[in-house]
Design a protein around this ligand. Sequence first.
Ligand code: GRF
Length: 193
Amino acid sequence: MVLLTGNRRIRTAVFISGKGSNLKSLIKFSKTNKSPISVELIISSNSKAKGLNYATIYKIKKNVLNFKNNNLSEKKLLSILKIKNIKLICLAGFMKILSNNFIKKFKGKILNIHPSLLPKYKGLNTHERVLNNKEKYSGCTVHFVNSRLDSGKIILQKKVKISKNETKTSLAKKILAQEHKLYPKAILKVFNL
Ligand code: GRF
């Protein structure tokens, strides 16, 4: 996909809606020597997202867009991304669905992390559905974003074993810890590093 030129890092925006623990792990990764990306912008669909605090902590520019009017928010978003010269988008707990038009404009340059072993359990409430179905394993997936929800090409997955007394909360915690490692690894893979 995007080629690295010299020592310049890929200008990246991370889109969030909530806690932003994946955002934090991406920022930390971006500060390591081996990272091909630099996190230049945080976009949130929610003005109360806890993850927005990382913008202050790490001195990264942020923008909140409420997506009440999807068209308008995406228009604004595209112009912000252009001004900031953003070349890669990492969705990390972003709860809005981007339009086909938007996705086309960043074709092959949007990544997402999902807390299941895709193609199983697309969409919301994954852990609950996994437990109801008495699965033995679950996990997380980093994939390219295409026009169908949680259906783009898979980059990397990590499997976790479900314990005997697993609950939604314990499973979410276990998987989230793996997500924090998987997203940076997937980015390295995308750039053949
Ligand atoms: C993660 O489980 C991610 O896979 C899902 O939403 C959650 C976001 O968590 N898409 P956080 O905001 O990164 O802590």
